[in-house]
Write a protein that binds this ligand. Structure first.
Ligand code: 13P
Length: 340
């Protein structure tokens, strides 16, 4: 893909009113999601659930792209259409998770480093042939006493930049995901400091590895209070602090910032995105690349029952529509009363 094609794809992923569905749960992660609704995780149930999401009526108005896991990229709909082709046929761009997971970092107890660079060029080549047009790599940064270490931030930033350069060489738009975890009792100020350190290291590494910022997307955490922090910051505070920090550290050349939900409730993730967009205009598009926050209600509505597919698809449409409205800062909580 030419540089101009990378830019076109990156911009399409953050088109007005649209965002990304992260449906790239690895086999162990989707098993956890299915366990919660008492559904056995098999290749067949995973296929059925992903087909429910990808064929839901009307969601193409709000969903620009879907991130898939390796198994899903190779699966087909019941009528035999490969999933990447099914999505592309609806104007939804297929993407692929290409990291091989966050593993304990040697010498740094409690911290993780993401693996998957060896052989990545060849894997990216195959994914592109199978229809993927963008990719995702997630790094995990942990907040705890005396954590994160500089070594951990640097190692993850370096891997993210090496991955992003390889993606652009192959013609895939890299989504660069440094996730500062919400877990812990820390306050929002601590999240802000750690997120600042992390993003500065990531953009420094991207610059050194000659990554074209116009042809990538950033997928960060929002600036939030830790999950166990007794004083939870208000929606407007989260929005103001996140936007303020990002203006300091994210170059305007980046076309879009697509937030992860990271354990926020569905409603909080929508409300936060909405409040940030209401503070616009911004130098970049502010959008979503939610996994749990887009799927939680849909999984419950489905419950593994083929008779409940249509209802679950309506639930997914509703959540997508609310986040689509949040792209314009036009989400209102009374939209939730119109839920199917
Ligand atoms: P969550 O929105 O559930 O955090 O998932 C997004 C994602 O893709 C994590 O890598």
């Amino acid at each position: 893909m030419k540089h101009s094609d990378l830019i076109t794809t990156a911009r399409s992923l953050v088109a007005e009113g649209k965002g990304i569905l992260a449906a790239d749960e690895s086999t162990p992660t989707i098993k956890k999601r299915f366990d919660a609704i008492q559904v056995e995780s098999t290749a067949a149930t995973r296929q059925a659930y992903r087909e429910l999401l990808f064929t839901a009526d009307g969601v193409d108005a709000f969903i620009s792209g879907v991130i898939l896991f390796d198994e899903t990229l190779r699966q087909t709909a019941a009528d035999g259409t490969p999933f990447p082709q099914l999505l592309a046929g609806r104007g939804i761009i297929p993407g692929i998770k290409v990291d091989q997971g966050a593993k304990p970092m040697a010498g740094f107890p409690g911290e993780k480093i993401t693996e998957g660079l060896d052989g990545l060029r060849e894997r990216l080549d195959e994914y592109r042939q199978l229809g993927a047009r963008f990719a995702k790599w997630r790094a995990v940064i942990t907040i705890a006493h005396a954590l994160p270490s500089s070594a951990n931030i640097q190692a993850n930033a370096h891997a993210l930049a090496r991955y992003a350069a390889l993606c652009q060489e192959t013609g895939l738009v890299p989504i660069v995901e440094p996730e500062v975890l919400m877990d812990g009792g820390h306050d929002i100020a601590r999240c802000e400091t750690v997120t600042a350190r992390t993003l500065q290291a990531v953009f420094d590494a991207l610059f050194h590895q000659r990554v074209e910022l116009e042809g990538m997307l950033l997928k960060p955490n929002m600036v939030l209070s830790g999950l166990d922090c007794p004083e939870q910051a208000a929606v407007e505070t989260v929005a103001a602090r996140t936007v303020h920090l990002f203006r300091q550290v994210v170059p305007a050349a980046v076309p879009g910032i697509v937030f992860l939900s990271g354990g926020q409730s569905s409603l909080a993730a929508t409300a936060h995105l909405n409040a940030m967009n209401a503070l616009g205009p911004h130098p970049w598009e502010l959008s979503f690349s939610y996994g749990r926050a887009l799927q939680e209600d849909t999984l419950k509505a489905w419950g593994g029952d083929p008779g409940r597919v249509a209802q679950a698809q309506k639930t997914f449409h509703h959540r997508s529509q609310c986040n689509g409205a949040a792209r314009y800062g036009q989400y209102r909580t009374d939209m939730e009363d119109m839920a199917a």
